[in-house]
Design a protein around this ligand. Structure first.
Ligand SMILES: CC[C@@H](C(=O)O)C(=O)SCCNC(=O)CCNC(=O)[C@H](O)C(C)(C)COP(=O)(O)OP(=O)(O)OC[C@H]1O[C@@H](n2cnc3c(N)ncnc32)[C@H](O)[C@@H]1OP(=O)(O)O
Ligand SMILES: [Co+2]
Length: 134
């Protein structure tokens, strides 16, 4: 069901510093900051030859990554995103298998303008999983 690894997301306490490190120290192709108010984050995507890195920073008062950064003040890997062809079929299959889909189960539009869903980290080996329909 899952396809390519779309991105690995890293929550960071200082978005500008993290972007500069990827651009200047690691020599990566770093995009511009994008505010995603529906998700409570500002993101910067880094294009790698085989996948993307998503740098995440809290946006607004109810960001889902505020608590994560409180627990991990230096930042850390926050989620991985797999591509799926049909997100509703994927959701239904996962729910039948007993996995918890976060929120009300309705896909939201993600940073690439495509539907996304999140799966509870406790159901996936301690890893928050995002699904993106491509
Ligand atoms: C830009 C849009 C989009 C894209 O297109 O790419 C994005 O990527 S948006 C990214 C941000 N959005 C989300 O993360 C949405 C989904 N997340 C959530 O609903 C919540 O953050 C959560 C995963 C349910 C966690 O809830 P929270 O209240 O923040 O934390 P808790 O302390 O209650 O956590 C419970 C439990 O789970 C552990 N945990 C929390 N976050 C993670 C994580 N990222 N990876 C692994 N484990 C995580 C947490 O440590 C708790 O464990 P215990 O301490 O053992 O109880
Ligand atoms: Co993401």
């Amino acid at each position: 069901m899952i396809g390519r690894l779309n991105h690995v997301a890293i929550a960071v306490p200082d978005l500008d510093a993290a972007a500069a490190q990827y651009r200047d120290t690691l020599g990566a192709q770093v995009g511009a900051p994008q505010d995603e108010p529906d998700h409570g984050v500002t993101v910067i995507f880094i294009e790698l030859p085989n996948t993307k890195i998503e740098l995440l920073h809290p946006l607004g008062e109810n960001s889902p990554i505020t608590g994560f950064l409180e627990k991990n003040p230096a930042g850390g890997i926050h989620h991985i995103c797999y591509e799926v062809d049909d997100i509703l079929a994927a959701r239904d299959r996962l729910v039948t298998a007993g996995a918890r889909v976060l929120g009300d189960g309705t896909p939201k539009i993600g940073a690439h303008g495509k539907p996304v869903l999140f799966l509870h980290p406790k159901d996936f080996n301690g890893t928050l999983v995002e699904l993106e329909q491509v």
